[in-house]
Design a protein around this ligand. Sequence first.
Ligand code: UDH
Length: 286
Amino acid sequence: RKSGKMFVPSNTSGEIPDCPEIPPDLSPLNVHYIPNITYIKIVSQNPNVGPGGHGKPEGCKARQKVALIIPFRDRDSHLRNWLYYMHPFLKAQQADYGIYVVEQSEGSMFNRAKLMNVGYVLASNDYDYNCFIFTDVDIIPMDQRNLYRCSSNPKHMANALDKFNFILPYPNLFGGIVAFTKEQFTKVNGFSNMFWGWGGEDDELYQRVVAVGMKVERPDLIIARARMISHNRDAGNEETGKSVHLIFKASQRMYKDGLNTLNYTIIGITGHKLFTKITVDVGTEQ
Ligand code: UDH
């Protein structure tokens, strides 16, 4: 041979095959809240998880790269439970993923939506993600067949919570857990930054999705079953009653309020063993 190259049969070329579309052996799970679960135990049970809370399938290439974004403040036991269940869950789903806990600094009214936007921007800078799952810290899926992946439309994944007897309480609910590809999320300019305190930002995001002509997908009600850890309303996240007029004008404001107007100050980024923590000052209501 003139080139001097060896002939290498394709099946030994070192290329990793794609993972199957549907991972094997997925099943329903028994999920219950464990108040005293420790980080040490979760770390020891998940030796495959890399620094910053990254996981990758072994022996095959995942079809999507998924960032999980969690808005957070002062919910440590919920976070421990979420991590305890979710690392094995994502491993079973052969996911290529990273977990980002976006913590709002003390002293200002909670702004869940802005934390989601910050998580999206920082996760995008960290790795080549093409799917973003925005999830509350207190919702844990009860069936491995509920694939934490993106679809051809934005996906609402908290449609069968135990809290609501495993049904969708109102048709346009878009809260709790939503999945967007990069294209879908940038098309709606992300979440609004203007929702301080509890409620409304999820309904406003739904209005954006509809306004740009996308539809919402939801998993089957059986496989979407999920536990929500019950808790009281947090201090600093009261309902203000201001959200209704913002939701009403979502489509008019969409390109003037969102990813393109996001401002924040990073206080710190720490790569823990089970997640990346981003502590951020998102400012206060103007
Ligand atoms: N979150 C925090 N810290 C806070 C507030 C909110 O981490 O102080 C995050 C957390 O990820 C949470 C999410 O924001 O899951 C949504 O906030 P939430 O759980 O307060 O909202 P939800 O609608 O519950 O799920 C409302 C509380 C109703 C209490 C009713 C008492 N029976």
